[in-house]
Design a protein around this ligand. Sequence first.
Ligand SMILES: [Mn+2]
Length: 371
Amino acid sequence: MQKLTLVFSDIEVGIGNNTDDFVEDKLFCETLRSNFHYHKKYNIDLVLNGDIFDFLKAPYKNTYPRHITENISLWKLEHMHKAHPDFFNILNEFINLGNTRIIFIIGNHDYNIIYSKIKKELRKIILKDKVKMKKKIVFPGFEFKSYQVLFEHGSQLDQFFRVDPNTLIHPKIQTVIEEPFLLVPWGYNALKEHFIKIKEEFPMLERIFPKNKTLNTLNNQVKKRVIIDTFFYMLKSFFYTQFRYKKDKLYNFTWEDFKKYMRNFLKKDYDVKFEDKAEIKLLSSKFKVISYGHNHVSSLYKIKEKYILNTNTWRDEYEYSENTKTYLPTKKSYGFIIHDKQKIYKIKLIYVNSQQKELKPSEIKGLKTFQ
Ligand SMILES: [Mn+2]
């Protein structure tokens, strides 16, 4: 039987503070609702392909604890629900159509989905106590296979964010922490400890592109924090901090990792790269399509009669335009696939115009021109 699969990634729902980059709740709801009528013709799977929730940049009671426990994750999820009720409501409406399912794939901003209490709470929020429909919310882990399509967030192909699913929940460590916590990559903690302070103060800087232009137009004070301070943060983490907190695995910073991060930093290479790995994975598999997100790019292309579908982000992002000399809100996109066991009948990347306003460089705090 043919089914329709809708795929979204990188929505990054936060708790509504300065570091929450998801602001287009209304647009997301309208977009999903505009596909509801297909349920009369097809069963619909809504694949939420990772980084749907931004546990990484969401604070816990105004702090960013290094050890992410199940209870801290629950607190964050409750606050995401409070900050974005419409987002959760539309998922509830979608499930109530009847012949629909929601599939949550884990991304690097929501490793927390691995916790069973998070799965339970998500089901509770979306199903609103209709426990009989439990099976309609699916948690396949880091990958989801559906007929000839393979869905994964992309971070497991990315050398900086790959984790071992079997050891992601680390048991408590005596004298360090009394509860199990997530064993996340070194860079994850660097983001929470170092960059998050800059992000809280200058939330827009990370939302504007191209990145090289942003770096060149930062004011001197911010530039120092982003470049010089980051360099010393890495040195200190490698030569001092990891030994100071030797018992705590989250501070471990191996020579291999140190080289990797330093090399990227010195080359000013900040783009996430893993597309070649996705291509190899697809071509050496039995799948016809691989769908991922993670690097915030929209694309759909064919390679040897197979398809690569990249669904982009729903964060509030902008791209500089030389024509208008302003930052224009970037289009959102999602995947639309009609398929069955035998065939891919239709595969599309559907673009959606952002409803945000353009920004003048002079309105962006942290840039040289900011007034
Ligand atoms: Mn990601």
